[in-house]
Design a protein around this ligand. Structure first.
Ligand SMILES: [Zn+2]
Ligand SMILES: [Zn+2]
Length: 309
């Protein structure tokens, strides 16, 4: 097994296309797979490869004039956790759906280290609100105790959620977190833009926090955007099977090709419905002989893979 590296940096990139070309050559020569999003506002990446390849990659990035000082987060895995190498130039490095010139990472909330966050959560100030900035399919299998979990399927839905629930955040200290930090940079700027003054974000996200405090305030599983799907942090099971409602946090995708729904299912229901999400999909495949999707493990990635972190 090799490594999976995730990182981001908000930095002005004048020619994203050139950075893309540079990455294509570098990643192909090292046989890395994963996703890189490059924009005028910065870079956001998740890549898997052998130990040596990831080390080489990090050395090259550190030497690049635009990309010094990056906090690389490493976990166990390799390029088999990704279907391909996908390098894209986009308007934003995570899709908040707002032009970066209007909501910029430069106006982000105050960064708190995992230790500072742990101390804050231990002291439990009365006016503290914890906001999970991720999608609900991520937060429902693992989250910080007491956090608000917005019912959203895409990161770009978070601004409307904030608009509709602004009174929950007014005159409060708001602590925001996501998987590795990138989403909070502009989401916290959005909260500030809405007039919330005390906005904090967990530096390095859940990943850095659980490295330092594996038995801390984060419970359940950390959702990741590769074929590992989730990484167990504590033994708590926080969600239920979408079919029979027993305690379960195992994600799979419906085998009916035209459905491919990302859902939580216990083994019993997987066996009973042959890995399909409903009687309807089971019927469509068995009676109507509709196509099944390929078995490849990375089919399990949720379509909002542009979140990356
Ligand atoms: Zn079940
Ligand atoms: Zn289905």
């Amino acid at each position: 097994m090799g490594k999976i590296v995730i990182f981001y940096k908000y930095v002005a990139i004048e020619q994203p296309e050139l950075v893309k070309q540079w990455h294509i050559e570098l990643c192909n020569s090292l046989e890395l797979k994963g996703r890189i999003i490059i924009a005028h506002e910065g870079i956001n990446a998740t890549l898997g490869g052998t130990d040596n390849a990831i080390d080489e990659y990090i050395l090259s990035i550190n030497k690049h004039p635009l990309f010094s000082g990056i906090d690389f987060k490493i976990s166990v895995g390799d390029n088999r956790h990704f279907p391909r190498l996908k390098i894209m130039v986009k308007k934003e490095i995570v899709n908040l759906g707002i032009d970066p010139s209007l909501i910029s990472a430069q106006d982000a909330g105050t960064h708190l280290s995992p230790e500072q966050v742990h101390n804050l959560l231990t002291s439990q100030p009365e006016n503290l609100v914890i906001l999970d900035a991720r999608n609900s399919f991520e937060s429902k299998v693992g989250h910080f105790q007491g956090a608000i979990l917005p019912e959203i399927n895409y990161f770009r839905e978070l601004p409307s959620y904030i608009d509709e629930n602004l009174s929950n955040f007014e005159n409060k200290q708001v602590l925001m977190y996501c998987t590795a930090g990138v989403r909070c940079e502009r989401a916290s700027a959005y909260l500030k833009h809405k007039g919330i003054t005390q906005v904090y974000q967990l530096e390095g996200g859940i990943q850095r926090y659980v490295e330092e405090f594996p038995n801390g305030f984060f419970k359940g599983k950390n959702y990741v955007f590769d074929s590992r799907r989730t990484i167990a942090i504590s033994s708590d099971i926080l969600s239920t099977c979408d079919i029979c409602a027993t305690a379960c946090d195992y994600y799979t995708n419906c085998m009916r090709a035209s459905c491919n729904k990302h859902y939580i299912s216990c083994q019993k229901c997987i066996d009973k419905l042959e890995n399909m999400c409903s009687d309807k999909c089971h019927y469509a495949v068995h009676v109507n002989k509709e196509k099944k999707r390929p078995q490849f493990i990375t089919q399990h990635i949720h379509q909002d893979s542009t979140c990356t972190l």
